[in-house]
Design a protein around this ligand. Structure first.
Ligand SMILES: C[S@@+](CC[C@H](N)C(=O)[O-])C[C@H]1O[C@@H](n2cnc3c(N)ncnc32)[C@H](O)[C@@H]1O
Length: 308
């Protein structure tokens, strides 16, 4: 009698608050017929230990891992051998022993490439939980012992501490920001050398009627920066964030800058030595470019050069 009463109570509680109950009670072993709902025993991997087991833990991989890992992600995009990162390091010079900050590592592909050059430390800050988990798996599989991945907002990191870096790598992040000018200013406060790969807005490269303009609302917000009016073009992801491989920003509302205005802001921030590469006005997602910018130490104010 007493036992039945307890069983009935337990069933009622399970209906009302299944999660809380599961947290309090030990999980029941799976029945021989496999009738038991998911239990902690389902979290075990009984296969032979492998890189693939680790990769399969997290959904939504965007890039192919180096073949020597022996694991496949379902993507064939070779981002772990990206010519843009070679170019970045070429412009900077050796990063051996240097401190690097990487914004939005996604899956650690560029982290891996930078790591091969022997930096002292790479701080890589990623806000997306799934991406962060993929980064940790990559860190383990590729032995990136000098890379420290952190989960959170890189803008807050830059706003709230005084760490200095020899190089800040911001590939694929500027155009995801709700205030991209603010990000440029923050980067400039922490380094004398930045690499950006970014999309940009431009009537010439992306004229009215160009299908790539479809994601823009048409709203143009202006912000003042050191007396100059900067135009920001509002864009939406149009629910691309429903996909686990989504790799955009934290808010749907994000703004693209114009190419010349990105360069103007960098110039006003003191980055007088600016080099351009990979200019692709016809990139399928919107015009894009690589920018390496350096603030020359002891250089005459106002002297600037842009090389492409
Ligand atoms: C387009 S992906 C670029 C990935 C990689 N850097 C590359 O160039 O291939 C943008 C990455 O930045 C991350 N991200 C966007 N906003 C962020 C923020 N405020 N703080 C940290 N990570 C952010 C996204 O989750 C995503 O992983």
């Amino acid at each position: 009698m007493g036992l039945n009463w307890i069983k009935r109570l337990r069933r009622t509680l399970e209906r009302l608050a299944p999660t809380e109950l599961a947290n309090k009670d030990a999980v029941e072993p799976k029945a021989a017929g496999g009738t038991c709902p998911s239990t902690l025993l389902d979290e075990y991997v009984s296969a032979f230990p492998s890189a693939q087991n680790a990769v399969d833990l997290v959904a939504g991989w965007n890039h192919a891992l180096p073949a020597f890992t022996g694991a496949v992600t379902g993507s064939n995009i070779p981002m772990f051998a990206d010519a843009r990162m070679d170019w970045c390091v070429e412009q900077f010079g050796t990063i051996a022993g240097r401190r690097v900050l990487e914004l939005g590592p996604l899956e650690g592909a560029h982290t891996y490439m930078l790591h091969q050059h022997g930096p002292a430390i790479i701080h890589a800050i990623e806000a997306n939980k799934l991406s962060f988990m993929r980064c940790l798996i990559v860190r383990q599989l590729l032995a990136l012992d000098r890379a420290q991945f952190m989960l959170g907002d890189f803008q807050k990191w830059l706003e709230r501490n005084a760490e200095r870096y020899d190089l800040i790598v911001g590939s694929g992040v500027l155009y995801h920001m709700s205030d991209p000018v603010h990000l440029l200013r923050l980067m400039a406060e922490h380094t004398d050398a930045v690499y950006l790969w970014t999309h940009y807005f431009g009537d010439h490269a992306m004229p009215t009627g160009d299908p790539r303009r479809g994601a823009f609302s048409g709203e143009v917000k202006t912000v003042e920066f050191q007396g100059k009016t900067i135009r920001l073009h509002r864009r939406s992801y149009h629910q691309a964030w429903r996909n686990k491989a989504f790799c955009g920003g934290m808010q749907d509302e994000h703004y693209w800058m114009e190419r010349d205005q990105i360069l103007a802001v960098l110039g006003m921030l003191g980055f007088a030595d600016v080099r351009l590469g990979h200019d692709a006005p016809d990139h399928p997602n919107g015009p894009s470019i690589s920018i390496f910018a350096r603030r020359p130490i002891g250089s005459a104010e106002g002297a600037s050069s842009i090389r492409s």
